[in-house]
Design a protein around this ligand. Sequence first.
Ligand SMILES: C[S@@+](CC[C@H](N)C(=O)[O-])C[C@H]1O[C@@H](n2cnc3c(N)ncnc32)[C@H](O)[C@@H]1O
Length: 214
Amino acid sequence: MNQPDTAQVEEREEESVHRALQGFYRAGKAPWDTGVTPPELVTLVEGHGALPPGRALELGCGTGTNAVYLAQHGWDVTAVDLIDSAIDQARQKAETAGTPIHLLHGDATRLDDLDVPGPFDLFFDLSCYCGIPLHRRDAYAAGLTQRATPGARLLMFGYGPEPAGNPAPQVKSWAEGVTADELRARFTGWDLLDVTPGTNSVPTFWFTLRRIAS
Ligand SMILES: C[S@@+](CC[C@H](N)C(=O)[O-])C[C@H]1O[C@@H](n2cnc3c(N)ncnc32)[C@H](O)[C@@H]1O
């Protein structure tokens, strides 16, 4: 039997991620869908030295809790998710809250295929990037870099490489996680300003990056 080539392996991995995500949303409330905005984002938006409202892009917005939060605090928000039912729920949440949000169903690593306006002053990623297959991560970084204002921030929460923390061991990408070294190498043209460990039982991190103003 012929061995699958690299393109086939990569395509299958993307399909496996999509299937697993869809399964979580179809099963009802996904385990990550807390409905609570994390204090790390609240601090950036409302805390001492908060960013002035501008344009924000959320990658992997799920059911829209944090996109709505940002819009309620004066941000002009675009939010993307790979799973259509997540976007449907986000749309409902935004309507209920009366906050206009530009919601897009699509792939955060293929922003050129979506109508993603820019540039953006803030990117927010709560546990999306760390589950993206490794072969799509350069495209993710390039998509953000092309759409970043000088000095733009990226606030990202991610799981570290920790197979035991993977809720779906059949999805290889979810065991990859993310590290500070990886972000430094992949996000050229950005400074990694801060890495703060999360409070989960497995290794997690909050990363803050800033686009270098040229
Ligand atoms: C762990 S969930 C977190 C969802 C949301 N940020 C939250 O905290 O409720 C990761 C989200 O990223 C989305 N996602 C994963 N890969 C994606 C991709 N390539 N493009 C867009 N969204 C993606 C998933 O569908 C899922 O909604």
